[in-house]
Design a protein around this ligand. Structure first.
Ligand code: SAM
Length: 282
């Protein structure tokens, strides 16, 4: 008997991977949580049937989400991660000795517990002394914060269900307020390829643009995400991610990566014409 995990990327496109074991399944108050063991991608986390991360390709996503802002401003000390209950973004942040505080705001404690038990590859640094986990809605948490964080990373699910509020004007405006004068906001910014994701990308871009003087998108190849072409948003009050990239300073930290390097950093901001057109329409 063959077991397959299938995700509908559009009404006419499905993505399937062969599964060896179904390790964990539960229904929290927010979403269905599954962790499975696959032949090709190792263990993977799915929320409400959507692929979140796999052991085989999560390094691409988490390295690009963290090292791009960290190499742009190596002075970053206080970081807020909203979402990211699998711990992958926290793991990459913990590799920076100058980071003093990492606040993780994850709405669903069951995601964190499940990943601590079955996905140690990403959850391995959630006990780091600099990490404080808050189990609450990021949209509410950010309302009460002013001028605290040098970097905010929004590692959320897609803009429906619990993640919907993290793609709103109100949320981005509160992120701006919660950042220090040199603050940077990085968010998972959906994908330009399929219509439904391209629309989310356009909406998010338009909403962030309203607050931040510098806003650029960068991309990475994430094999298990819809179309494989995934975007990140880089929004900041002062830093330009290309002009201010401090290559030598980042190299001197001697942080070993499997995907990120300074050339990939610069190249990832080069956008195809169809994506540029999407952003102009926004
Ligand atoms: N890399 C994945 C992606 O791009 O889809 C995201 C991974 S991470 C598991 C997404 C997390 O965001 C989930 O654990 C989910 O519970 C959390 N989340 C969704 N909405 C949230 C909210 N409003 N506040 C805090 N966390 C939220």
């Amino acid at each position: 008997m063959e077991l397959w995990y299938t995700e509908e990327h559009t009404k006419n496109v499905r993505f399937s991977i062969k599964v060896d074991k179904h390790l964990y399944s539960s229904q929290s108050e927010f979403q269905r949580i599954d962790i499975m063991e696959s032949y090709e991608f190792g263990r993977f986390l799915a929320l409400d049937g959507c692929m979140m991360l796999t052991e085989k390709d999560e390094f691409i996503y988490h390295e690009m989400m963290v090292h791009v802002p960290m190499a742009t401003n190596p002075e970053i000390e206080r970081v807020l991660v909203i979402g990211g209950g699998d711990g992958g973004a926290v793991r990459e942040l913990c590799r920076y000795p100058n980071i003093k505080q990492i606040d993780l705001v994850e709405i669903d404690q069951m995601v964190v517990e499940a990943c601590k038990t079955h996905l140690q590859q990403t959850a391995c640094d959630l006990e780091d002394s600099r990490v404080n986990i808050h189990y609450e809605d990021g949209l509410k948490f950010i309302r009460r914060i002013e001028h605290v964080y040098d970097l905010i990373i929004v590692d959320s699910t897609d803009p429906f269900g619990p993640g919907e509020g993290l793609f709103t004007r109100e949320f981005y405006g509160n992120c701006y307020k919660a950042l220090t004068d040199k603050g940077i906001l990085v968010n998972q910014h959906e994908s330009p390829y399929y219509k439904v994701y391209a629309q989310s990308l356009q909406k998010a871009h338009e909403r962030v643009e309203g607050y931040f003087p510098v806003i650029k998108l960068y991309n990475a190849h994430i094999p298990t995400y819809p179309s494989g072409n995934w975007m990140f948003g880089f929004a900041s009050k002062v830093y330009d991610p290309i002009k201010d990239l401090d290559e030598d300073r980042w190299m001197a930290l001697d942080i070993k990566t499997q995907y990120y390097n300074a050339d990939v950093h610069k190249g990832s901001f080069a956008l195809p014409n169809y994506v540029k057109k999407l952003l102009m329409k926004a």
